[in-house]
Design a protein around this ligand. Structure first.
Ligand code: HEC
Length: 166
């Protein structure tokens, strides 16, 4: 009993310390997040477009690979989401959003040096995603071709204009 009385305060101290350390941890994590928040808003906006595209590509990819049954409506919807991203993309690369030192952005500075070529990559992306919308209603094989075309547009632009950070 006496032993327990002795250990209890140190247990309390230990938990207080633990909680304090936990807060230090979250505060510094929050600080990192704040650095992210200082990024140009266009960087966040374009990441959102890319995330939408990845989501849609995963849905479509599952059907193309046969992991999920082909559903023309779902395939079309996925391509519409990607197409919406393609049609909005040019708005999110203003000069002010050229990544500064320490930025988490993966956008290559080449984008702003070769803007005309970058815009032509966006045009290809619009065309391929629009074609895939229509092909979705023409059966799984037709859609496969359309979807591959879209994936090619992602790859073609990334090869030149995205610097993958690890
Ligand atoms: C016209 C060029 C272009 C096309 C087309 C394109 N991307 Fe990107 N993508 C970029 C650029 C540039 C970045 C880096 C943006 C940044 O970090 O500021 C990027 C970043 C990304 C990222 C990382 C986003 C993040 O949060 O760090 C993903 C994932 C991605 N793209 C997926 C896709 C997929 C999937 C497609 C096709 C369906 C696609 N992209 C089409 C240019 C493109």
């Amino acid at each position: 009993m006496q032993n327990l009385m002795k250990t209890t305060p140190s247990l309390i101290l230990a938990s207080v310390l633990f909680i304090a350390l936990f807060f230090v941890g979250t505060v510094s994590a929050h600080k990192n997040h704040m650095i992210g928040a200082k990024e140009h808003p266009a960087i966040k906006a374009r990441h959102k477009l890319m995330a939408d595209s990845v989501f849609a590509a995963k849905q479509a990819g599952g059907m193309v690979k046969g992991a999920t049954p082909y559903d023309a409506g779902k395939a079309e919807l996925a391509m519409r989401l990607i197409s919406a991203a393609a049609f909005n993309m040019d708005k999110y690369f203003p000069k002010a959003s050229i990544p500064k030192k320490g930025s988490k952005s993966e956008a290559s500075p080449k984008i702003w040096k070769n803007m005309a070529d970058f815009l032509s990559e966006i045009e290809k992306f619009k065309t391929s995603s629009n074609a895939a919308i229509k092909l979705a209603g023409q059966g799984e094989d037709a859609f496969k071709g359309g979807f591959m075309g879209v994936m090619k547009s992602c790859k073609s632009c990334h090869e030149n204009y995205r610097i993958k950070k690890q």
